[in-house]
Structure formats: structure tokens, C-alpha cells
Design a binder for this molecule. Structure first.
Ligand code: ATP
Length: 352
């Protein structure tokens, strides 16, 4: 059983505030993802839990125990780093067994636990190899095995999949998900990859400039973004964010016109709509929201991404894989009005 609680935690490096008044409770057995762009303070937050950085102010608890100032080795957390941090001169077996060795686990138990974990991550035939004799994915599994060989109170994972190629990353993502289900250990996972966050997390904390912009389940964050930042960060390809003006409930920008919006008048508005909620239509069709020239057509396999020129920016829609339009051809689009988000361009908060 372990929850991790941050209360008013800040971390400064000199005058620079890397983490600002951070409040979060990671629940027992929860897989919580800290998601955000490079430099937003994710790693620093995690390193404070590991004891590799000390908070400048505020308190961090594991369950009821305040851990500020507690030496890393007494915190009972296991960390998996992006670089794996394996010992190059030690075999796979000794790398995995390292946390047991420093805890002076007796030899029979040592062997038994390594064998069990190695089987779980499918390294049982490679125990005598050195890290340099392994592929990236295998090294990553050694790092994971080393973290799970004893059951810590908390797992901390800092972009553990980012050095893997796309195919292996997808495969390891599924393995991590399965492992979490089996082990049921509270996990804080850092990534800037929103797909990883969406697929792995029970809850996601979207971070920006040292603060949490939004905390919620992947579905909440995707369907109900509270700020422009969250709206633009989650989703691939990202949500279309189009600045314009709302007058009497009608949004207008260049040739785009979307009616039926709740708020009567906003002078500096941003309309947000996901590519899957914009649909191609004929240029002559009635009630299209926009007629514009095609800028690019990209077949992804399962569908086609079509970008249109709209007053100096692009508007992307996800069309059928058989989409036949050509660059420069003018097409109509219909926007699913009930799936549109409206933001205040000044405050950056959602207004509708
Ligand atoms: P990334 O995804 O690139 O790892 P991150 O969100 O994990 O980014 P952090 O590593 O937490 O970001 O860094 C947050 C900010 O604090 C960055 O601007 C970074 O330059 C700064 N920072 C981190 N460690 C130090 C340090 N030891 N000294 C000074 N500044 C630091």
C-alpha cells in the first residue's frame, strides 16, 4: 500500500522555478503519468520522490511518512531511467540482482527471485550476457527487471521507452501495461509522449512550466480539455486551434463560419476542433462551414489527413482512406458543431 502526496512542493534552481507549488495525490496502486513538453518540470518532480533532488519548499509523503530529507535508499522506491543505467561490467543476472545484493538477500532466495523476474520479462535465456550483448529492448527489460525484482512501495519511470524504435516502443508499452496490472504497485511515469500517457495512465497530470494544467483520466483530458495548452498538447494530429471572433454566437475566421455557439460575443476567441470532427464535403454542398483549397494530402494507412489553407494557417481533417482530393482543389468542410471547443484567447481558458 502506498500513496504519494505532494503538498505545495516547489523546486528552484537558483532563481529559476522548475516546479511551482505542486499539489497532487497519487493514489495507492495508481499508474499516474506526468505529461508535458521538454523542460516543464516532470523529471524534477520525479527526482524529488526518489530523493535525487530535495524540494526547496513543501512536503512529499509516501503514505503518512514525510520523506523530505530521507536518504534515497531508505525511501523504498525503484526508478527506471531513460538511459537504463545498467552496470556495463555486470551480467544481466547481476544487474537484475543488484538491489537484492545490497539488501543482503540470501543466495537461494537471490537466485529464485532473479529467475522468476527474468522469466516474466523473457530474459531467462540471457542471464549470463553483458549489457553490450543485448538489443535496446532487451536492455530496457533488464532495467525493468531490476526495478521489479523486489517489490518497492513506488515505481518511478522516467521516459523508459524513449530510446526504443517505434515498433518496440508499442510492444513494450503493452508489456508495461500488463506488468502494472499484475504487480499493482503505485507508479509515477514521466513522458512527453501523449500516446504513451493516454494508453498507460489511470490518470494523467498535464504539466506546463512547472505547474499542473489539468489532472484527469485520459478520457477526461481528451474530451474535456480545460485550457488551450492541454487542448493543443493531447491528440495526434493535434486539435485545430483557430483564432477568430464570436459575434452573436457565430465564430468567424477567414472563410470559416461556425454558428450555434453558446457565448454571444468574444472578441479574442480560439475555436478548437479535432481533425476527426471535421468532415470533407463537396464545395457546392449546402451548409458547409468552409470552402478552401487543399494544401496537403497524407495517407496514413487507415485514413487520410487532409490539410486546408485557412487564413495563414492550416486546418486538418481526418478523411477516409479512399479520399481522392488533390492539392489545390477546393473542397467544402463541415464541422461537427457539438464537438467544438471555444477558448478565450486572453485567459487561455475554455469558455464553452
Ligand atoms: P525533459 O522532458 O526534457 O526531460 P522535464 O519536463 O523533465 O524535461 P526537468 O528535467 O524537470 O524537465 O527540468 C525542468 C527545468 O529545470 C528545465 O528548464 C531545466 O533546464 C531546469 N533544471 C533541471 N535540473 C536543473 C539543475 N540541476 N540546475 C539548473 N536547472 C535545472
Amino acid at each position: 500500500m502506498a500513496s504519494v502526496t505532494f503538498t505545495n512542493v516547489s523546486k528552484k534552481f537558483g532563481e529559476f522555478i522548475a516546479v511551482a507549488d505542486f499539489n497532487l495525490e497519487v493514489r495507492d496502486k495508481e499508474f499516474l503519468v506526468l505529461l508535458g513538453p521538454s523542460g516543464c518540470g516532470k523529471t524534477t518532480t520525479m527526482r524529488m520522490v526518489a530523493g535525487l533532488e530535495e524540494a526547496t519548499s513543501g512536503d512529499i509523503y509516501i503514505d503518512a511518512e514525510r520523506i523530505n530529507g530521507v536518504l534515497p535508499k531508505y525511501r523504498d522506491v525503484a526508478m527506471v531511467f531513460q538511459s537504463y543505467a545498467l552496470y556495463p561490467h555486470l551480467s544481466v543476472e547481476d544487474n537484475i540482482g543488484y538491489p537484492l545484493k545490497i539488501r543482503k538477500v540470501p543466495p537461494a532466495e537471490y537466485k529464485r527471485r532473479i529467475a522468476e523476474v527474468a522469466r516474466r520479462v523473457e530474459l531467462d535465456t540471457m542471464l549470463s550476457r553483458l549489457p553490450k550483448e543485448l538489443s535496446g529492448g532487451q536492455r530496457q527489460r533488464v532495467a525493468l527487471a531490476r526495478a521489479i525484482v523486489r517489490t518497492p512501495r513506488v515505481f518511478l519511470m522516467d521516459e523508459p521507452l524513449s530510446n526504443l524504435d517505434a515498433k518496440l516502443r508499442t510492444q513494450m508499452r503493452a508489456e508495461l501495461k500488463h506488468l502494472q496490472h499484475e504487480l499493482q504497485v503505485t507508479t509515477i511515469y514521466v513522458t512527453h509522449d501523449q500516446i504513451e500517457a493516454m494508453t498507460l495512465a489511470h490518470r494523467v497530470a498535464v504539466m506546463n512550466k512547472g505547474v499542473i494544467e489539468q489532472l484527469g483520466t485520459p478520457r477526461e483530458i481528451y474530451n474535456d480539455p480545460r485550457t488551450l495548452f492541454v487542448a493543443g498538447f493531447i491528440g495526434s494530429p493535434p486539435m485545430n486551434l483557430i483564432p477568430g471572433e464570436v459575434t452573436n454566437g457565430v465564430f468567424v475566421r477567414a472563410g470559416l463560419r461556425v454558428a450555434g455557439l453558446g457565448r454571444a460575443n468574444i472578441s479574442s476567441a480560439v475555436l478548437g476542433v479535432r481533425p476527426e470532427d471535421v468532415h470533407a464535403a463537396g464545395a457546392e454542398d449546402a451548409d458547409v462551414n468552409l470552402v478552401a483549397p487543399i494544401y496537403s494530402v497524407e495517407l496514413t494507412g487507415e485514413n487520410t489527413l487532409v490539410s486546408l489553407q485557412l487564413g495563414g494557417q492550416l486546418m486538418t481533417l481526418r478523411a477516409d482512406k479512399n479520399f481522392a482530393g488533390q492539392i489545390d482543389q477546393r473542397i467544402g468542410v463541415k464541422v461537427a458543431t457539438d464537438r467544438v471547443f471555444l477558448f478565450d484567447g486572453g485567459t487561455q481558458y475554455r469558455v464553452d
